[in-house]
Design a protein around this ligand. Structure first.
Ligand SMILES: C[S@@+](CC[C@H](N)C(=O)[O-])C[C@H]1O[C@@H](n2cnc3c(N)ncnc32)[C@H](O)[C@@H]1O
Length: 224
């Protein structure tokens, strides 16, 4: 049979048939672990890590819109529908607030305020436009070299998913104003390092490419 087929077909025809047959073979099953929601493993008052991405903070309920490797619960952090008012004692959001439009920020901060219990603490880290301008100016030559971007990742976001676009920006003055407008008190910058959760490496402590911190880390409280 093989000899007959070889005689009546060309090498190209045989290769084409092999390609079609290869495509028809069942794709081997790969075991992709299914996302396991773990919200039930936590209890109020929660410590919430909002927009966790791939950073898992021990002791926190890590929340994201996407089923990331770190997420314990999937929720839209603008509305936090899975978390009742007053159910959190702490909120941390690192390089997340800039992912929302100018008009979304106040309603979102008001929602976070409502979810925090009185006396609860909020920590927010965002790209600091004041620091970025200073670092950019100091390193002007770097940004003029062929192939170097004008820091577009830090300013406009990684743009790797629909949730990864920056839509607004902050400096300390502006963020404090917004937090106070939403009722928060005792707004103050906190140091980059050590991270308030020991051993954590996230964008709040980042200092690449120029050895200078570019994040604004601010904490505030919901009054008692
Ligand atoms: C730049 S990443 C920050 C990740 C992490 N906090 C860090 O410091 O590396 C922003 C995260 O916010 C999440 N995010 C953006 N919009 C969201 C939304 N509406 N609800 C929940 N998560 C959202 C994104 O999926 C992404 O994981």
């Amino acid at each position: 049979m093989r000899a007959v087929i070889k005689r009546i077909t060309t090498v190209e025809q045989r290769e084409a048939v092999r390609t079609v047959l290869r495509r028809l073979r069942p794709v081997p099953k790969v075991d992709v672990p299914r996302f396991a929601d773990r919200l039930h493993e936590f209890s109020a008052p929660y410590r919430l890590h909002l927009g966790c991405g791939n950073i898992k903070l021990a002791g926190f309920c890590n929340v994201d819109a996407l089923e990331t490797i770190a997420a314990d619960a999937i929720d839209d952090i603008r509305t936090l529908g899975r978390f009742p008012d007053g159910s959190a004692r702490e909120i941390y959001a690192c390089h997340v607030l800039e992912h929302f439009g100018h008009d979304e920020v106040i309603p979102l901060l008001k929602r976070w305020y409502a979810v925090l219990q009185p006396g609860g603490v909020i920590r927010i880290s965002v790209p600091d436009l004041d620091r970025i301008v200073r670092i950019y100016h100091k390193n002007w030559e770097h940004f003029q070299k062929p192939g170097n971007t004008p820091w577009i990742g830090l300013i406009y976001g990684g743009q790797s998913t629909p949730y990864d676009f920056h839509k607004t920006g902050f400096n300390a003055n502006w963020l404090r104003h917004l937090l106070e407008q939403c009722g928060f008190e005792q707004c103050e910058e906190y140091p980059h390092e050590p991270h308030f959760v020991p051993g954590t490496v996230d964008a709040s402590v980042a200092n690449a490419t120029f050895g200078e911190y570019f994040s604004l880390n601010m904490m505030a409280r919901r009054p008692l």
